[in-house]
Design a protein around this ligand. Sequence first.
Ligand SMILES: [Zn+2]
Ligand SMILES: [Zn+2]
Length: 468
Amino acid sequence: MSVKVKFCGGVRTVTGSTHLIETSKSKVLIDCGLFQGKRDDYYQINSTFTFDPAKVNALIVSHAHIDHCGNIPNFTKQGFHNKIYTTEATADLCKIMLLDSAHIQEENIKFLNKINKRRRLPLRKPLYTTRDAEKSLDLFEGMAYNTKFQVTEDISCTFIDAGHILGSAIIVLNIKAQGEKEINLAYAVDLGRANMPLLKDPVFLPKGFLDYLIIESTYGGRLRGDIQYAEDDLSFYINRTVERGGKVIIPSFALGRSQEIIYYLSELMKGKKIPELPIYVDSPMAVNVTGVFKKHIECFDEEARVMFYHDESPFGIKNLHFTRSVEESKKINDDKSPMIIISASGMCEAGRILHHLKNNIEDEKNMVLIVGYMAKNTLGRRMVERHPRVKIFGVEYNLRAEVEVINAFSAHADKEDLINYVRKSDSSLKGVYIVHGDEDQSTSLLDSLVRRGYNAHMPQIDEEVELI
Ligand SMILES: [Zn+2]
Ligand SMILES: [Zn+2]
């Protein structure tokens, strides 16, 4: 009897995490993420599974970021009908994320088909629809942290805290193999970092427990700055902008980063390090996600729980405004006084952030503050590179506003944290598999681990390895 892992997605790249564990008795999928890339690759890769979804016995999801859960509606559409296990908070967040993703799929196809119709090209269907997403939501089963549960006849699972975003988990599998033999395998993708606001720190497994580890490598070759400096930078840039009477525009992902930034802003205001400016969170999805944060206080660290207990929630400060309607969103633009606007999408490719940018980037008093990773060929990246003119909704604008970048807010473990995570489970490890990173980052982590004597491997896409 053998135990195999097939790396079906999210290797040598950061999106599309999908991995299949196969024993002679069961098939369990870990994550079912959306691959993001060029349009044709996007449809081809996301709609093709190299195994039969109908024959998979269970799906386990690490966290609610779209590169880990975004292809689930398509997976169920193609025949998967069993349970989807994840933490309770992730199950709640997936509802918002998958419905939003389905809406985006439908909108994108409408737009694309308009062009195809004009060019007399065949019309396309969305990768999945809102109805598909709704159907997949019925399969979710929220489980508690640190509680072992049976997934299939020979595989059981425990979720431990990954410290990456609300609800994120390191998936620990116990697999019964030949005779009395057992394998313990952990999937730390994505892995967070210690001392992040609100969240608990990533949990280490006891020495000698793990046989195999699958680990991410987004920052496999990089060190990012200390979170303390990020807070100082944030107050410095805000004060500078307020002094000249400008607005601070922060493009941010709706899940995770927006809530973190709100936390820091509320701390800076409480500590009187920045003036009590109005903060507008203008992103309907960020509003919904923040609601889930308020519901899952059990996931927070001690400090945050005390804060909530004393009614000092960072989401309750008086100058924080959540906007839902388009009218409310437009009103923000009519008000010319200093303020902070947090809006999605994070890379400035879609969403309400585009309206705020178009209305504000031509004024040198304002600041665009970049707090997340900006991929190549996005408007976010073009602003970071200070292109003098940028296109928004097809119209060119002069980029006169100041653009500043703070990198240290990343929710990912960096090179040092990743090596440290492997080192702590040390003596027992038979193999480490490096996934979820651009090739140079994965290679860098691979080299570091091999140099330290680990049996580390960087799989190819669709590679299958036999553990036992
Ligand atoms: Zn993530
Ligand atoms: Zn990820």
